[in-house]
Design a protein around this ligand. Structure first.
Ligand code: ADP
Ligand code: MG
Length: 238
């Protein structure tokens, strides 16, 4: 569970075509990174997959089912944003438990899932703290914890590390990669940072003005960039 397919997907805002037409296949368990300059449509594409925006044309299939007809909650996709979007007045425990409470799960099941997520993310000792009593990295982990407890078929990350300082970014990059190895859940990760893309991705999708310039493994893109845009972005000479 967790494959995502885009078929001729387009997005238009008023007179502005942000995504002309994209075809893309993401396999179950894959770590796919969308890279490209600011404004090229990375967030829009992720929001379309999440169901936070409606496609203007085409289809998105999740595990082969037409997602455009599913409400965002039914897509079983968890989105992690760059702003942590934690509730400041709630404890770490309540923040992580929040989506389960909303879904009306029983308390025993909530406690178990929160404990599991906290263990995976090294947050067990911080469950009773408030967000302001945490470091930036810990806050980001709480946001990921809130995504994990929903047991999604895929995680969608929109530049989750861009608010962190350089050293912490390197740490969190490793942590998210380890999390992927542990959970083996599909992850779609948006960044404008080439290093993040090169070190984390199974597959990189290079976007430019809403179009896919090239799809490939980090090594393929580095060794055989299709054009100067990709070469320039990935950082190897053509
Ligand atoms: P990225 O995440 O790659 O920086 P975005 O997906 O945020 O790019 O934006 C791509 C383009 O779509 C930009 O030109 C942006 O101004 C435009 N855009 C995004 N969301 C909206 C919206 N809700 N209404 C109008 N234009 C939008
Ligand atoms: Mg963006």
């Amino acid at each position: 569970m967790g494959s995502i397919a885009l078929r001729n997907v387009s997005k238009v805002f008023g007179a502005h075509t942000v995504i002309p037409a994209i075809d893309l296949d993401i396999s179950d368990g894959e770590f796919v990174v969308f890279v490209g300059p600011s404004g090229c449509g990375k967030s829009t594409l992720l929001r379309l997959i999440a169901g936070l925006e409606d496609v203007s044309g085409g289809k998105i299939l999740i595990d082969g089912k037409d997602a455009t007809e599913l409400a965002p909650a039914k897509r079983r996709l968890s989105m992690v944003f760059q702003s942590y979007a934690l509730y400041p007045h709630m404890s770490v425990r309540s923040n992580i438990a929040f989506p389960l409470k909303m879904a009306g799960e029983d308390q025993a099941s909530i406690d178990r899932k929160v404990a599991d997520a906290a263990r995976v993310l090294n947050l067990t000792d911080y469950l009773d703290r408030k967000p302001r009593q945490l470091s930036g990295g810990q806050r980001q982990r709480v946001a990921i914890g809130r995504a994990i407890v929903r047991q999604p078929v895929a995680f969608l990350f929109d530049e989750p590390l861009s608010n962190l300082d350089a050293a912490l970014r390197v740490n969190m990059r490793l942590e998210i990669s380890q999390l992927h190895q542990q959970l083996k859940t599909t992850m779609v990760y948006v960044t404008h940072d080439q290093v993040e893309a090169m070190t984390m991705a199974d597959k990189i999708v290079v976007l430019n003005k809403g179009n896919v310039e090239q799809v490939g493994t980090p090594l393929e893109l580095y060794r055989r960039p299709d054009n100067l845009f990709v070469a320039g972005f990935i950082g190897s000479p053509k």
